[in-house]
Design a protein around this ligand. Structure first.
Ligand code: GRF
Length: 197
């Protein structure tokens, strides 16, 4: 049976596009939601023929207002969404959305978590001087880039790399593993289980 997916993005939307075009098994991207009226992802959605919507996120910069987060959750539930994929959403999900979709929200992050959570993970890894960078798809648990890991892939750091060349290669890997992780979830091969710390 088909799994209805909503992708939540604030920016360019290349991972959104990869999920629309990739092999996600029984998963199908039903809608793109954004908190940014100028998100490139909105233009991509119309080019890809995917329904899209800007929803007001509230007055804060890095989280939702409580009322607004309730509205987003209600919107997704009413639409019959079964899986929420964050793809560059620049906000923490904590309350109503997490409660409504616990174990059914995924995120993609451009580092081998738990190393380098937060902003500019690729720059953090590059400046630290790691020799192996990478990306992670994980379930969301209310922290910043924490939660049970579903898939990871490594990307070697080359002697010739700068931050941006490394980030570009990581992004290509992100596109590959996001679809794979979504497919695994939709086929029941990935399930949420609390991280033991
Ligand atoms: C990606 O690097 C993703 O890992 C991070 O935000 C970026 C979004 O890029 N969470 P795009 O909008 O999908 O191109």
């Amino acid at each position: 049976m088909e799994t209805k997916i909503a992708v939540l993005a604030s920016g360019t939307g290349s991972n959104f596009s990869a999920l629309v075009n990739g092999d996600t098994g029984p998963g199908r991207v039903d809608i793109l939601l954004t908190d940014n009226e100028n998100a490139g992802a909105l233009k991509l959605a119309s080019e890809l023929g995917v329904d899209s919507r800007y929803l007001y996120p509230g007055k804060y910069r890095t989280k939702f207002g409580t009322k607004e987060e309730e509205y987003w959750a209600e919107f997704l539930l009413n639409r019959g969404i079964q899986l929420v994929c964050l793809a560059g959403l620049m906000r923490i999900i904590k309350g109503p959305l997490l409660d409504a979709f616990h174990g059914r929200i995924m995120n993609i992050h451009p580092s081998l978590l738990p190393a380098f959570p937060g902003l500019d993970a690729q720059g953090q890894a590059f400046r630290y001087g790691v020799k192996i960078a990478g990306c992670t798809v994980h379930y969301v648990d209310g922290g910043t880039d924490t939660g049970p890991i579903i898939l990871q892939e490594s990307v070697p750091v080359l002697d010739s790399d700068q931050r941006d060349s490394l980030a570009a290669r990581i992004l290509l890997k992100e596109h590959e593993i996001y679809s794979k992780a979504v497919k695994a979830h939709c086929q029941g091969r990935a399930v949420y289980s609390e991280v033991v710390r």
